[in-house]
Design a protein around this ligand. Structure first.
Ligand SMILES: Cc1ncc(COP(=O)(O)O)c(C=O)c1O
Length: 437
């Protein structure tokens, strides 16, 4: 039997999103009757006998061995995320960044190249610009959605293209189907960070993305309590189509007795390698307690994203009509540069992040940040509460002025992550803070 990630998920009948977010990955435990996902707080798991231990260690039999690789609570959460993203398998890990880095390690080696959109989270810029560069991997940044530029920057050594569905913090929406169409001609896999859209608004797997990444810390967990990330294998990409180009997945792995991931786990070779090899070797494991917290949060994802999207659109429209505001970007605004792409791809809203600049520039914007009362000033998004930050001096502060320019990130940009509060209270707070700007 091929090794299968998320066996519970494989048994799930197709259901609607709102149902899957509550039920996928876990059914009441027949032994204890526990109706909510239990926390299996165990570092290791007992083998039935010597043969069972050997079979599980050799990946010839599914089952828990050691908590750095697998844990039932964490795997049930991953199964739920796989179901929501429409993937063939998923792995839940310690943070969104861990999900990114393990994905990159699954695709590149020293000497390889990456082509990435320039509309990215600052931390992701850092991984590409410094950490991967120090390991001998070169990233070329190109203008988001400039498919010609993606193609021109691609060489024989390019192992993947990388985009965020909604860029942080520019909030421009990537045309994933168009990118995938162009990438398939190379061929090269498209990896999509879907954190800002969430699988409720958009599922890149359905448009051919090879791998999807989520920071579970944001809207999926939804309450700003818990760090987590997920790597979702979509099963869309044939890793064997260029022999030897992605050897990690298609050639015998000496650290698993010559196992070949595309043969041993044909449905989800990418996620299986992340779980069995990279978690084993690198170790950014999601704890079962964190997985249970995120598993509770995700049950209300659709409700929160609908409300947050409704609130965010109202905030964007209100800011747009405010004489103190210089500019506003939100994909839900009809004249926003990527509104047409968002309207074509998204279902049920445009997400929770609105960005704007105040007349008077950077300092006037900082005055707004300093004067909000309901909004919380912190470096996160995707909470039930409304949040505010000035990225150029915080989340993206490691970028030099030239790199900020390359990222098309203006110095005056203020980022709002809108929560589920009453819209009148949200707008009243912005109004009084803008009055002091
Ligand atoms: C788009 C995006 N991806 C990934 C991450 C990293 O996620 P985490 O903070 O869970 O490591 C972030 C963090 O802000 C993000 O905004």
């Amino acid at each position: 039997m091929p090794f299968q990630l998320n066996p519970d998920f494989a048994k799930e009948p197709a259901k609607h999103f709102d149902t899957l977010q509550v039920h996928a990955g876990y059914a009441p435990d027949p032994v204890t009757g526990s109706c909510s996902l239990p926390i299996y707080q165990s570092a290791a798991f007992e083998f039935k006998d010597a043969e069972d231990g050997a079979e599980k260690f050799g990946l010839r039999r599914p089952g828990n061995v050691y908590g750095r690789l697998t844990n039932t609570t964490t795997d049930d959460l991953a199964a739920r995320i796989a179901a929501l993203e429409g993937g063939t398998g998923a792995v839940a890990v310690a943070s969104g960044h861990a999900a990114e880095f393990l994905t990159f390690l699954n695709l590149v080696e020293a000497g390889d190249e990456i082509v990435a959109s320039n509309s990215l989270y600052g931390g992701t810029w850092n991984i590409f610009l410094h950490t991967l560069a120090n390991l001998g991997v070169k990233t070329t940044f190109v203008e988001n959605n400039d498919i010609d530029a993606f193609e021109k920057a691609t060489t024989d050594k390019t192992k993947f293209w990388y985009v965020e569905t909604i860029g942080n913090p520019r909030v421009d929406v990537a045309d994933v189907p168009a990118l995938v169409e162009a990438a398939n001609k190379v061929p090269v896999p498209v990896v999509v960070d879907n954190t800002f859209a969430t699988p409720y608004l958009y599922r890149p797997a359905e448009d051919g993305a090879a791998v999807v990444i989520e920071s579970l810390t944001k809207w999926i967990g939804g309450h700003g309590t818990t760090l987590g990330g997920a790597v979702i294998d979509t099963g869309n990409f044939d890793w064997n189509q260029v022999p030897g180009k992605w050897p990690q997945l298609t050639e015998p792995d000496p650290s698993y007795h010559g196992l070949v991931y595309t043969e041993a786990a044909p449905d989800a070779p990418f996620a299986t390698r992340v779980q069995t090899l990279l978690l084993r070797d690198v170790g950014p494991t999601l704890s079962p307690l964190a997985a249970q917290q995120i598993g509770i949060g995700v049950e209300t994802l659709s409700l929160r994203v609908e409300r947050i999207s409704e609130n965010a659109l109202a905030v964007a429209q209100w800011l747009k009509s405010n004489p103190k505001v210089a500019w506003v970007r939100y994909p839900g605004l009809e004249d926003d540069p990527t509104h047409d792409i968002a309207a074509r791809l998204f279902n049920g809203g445009y997400g929770g992040v609105v960005v704007f600049g105040v007349k008077g520039g950077r300092q006037a914007g900082l005055n707004v940040v300093n004067n909000v009362k309901l909004f919380t000033h912190l470096a996160n998004v995707g909470d039930a509460k409304s949040l505010i930050i000035h990225p150029a001096s915080t989340t993206h502060s490691q970028l030099s002025p030239e790199q900020l320019k390359e990222a098309n990130l203006s110095e005056d940009l203020i980022r709002l992550s809108i929560g589920i509060e009453n819209i009148t209270d949200i707008i009243d707070d912005l109004d009084q803070a803008l009055a002091k700007a």
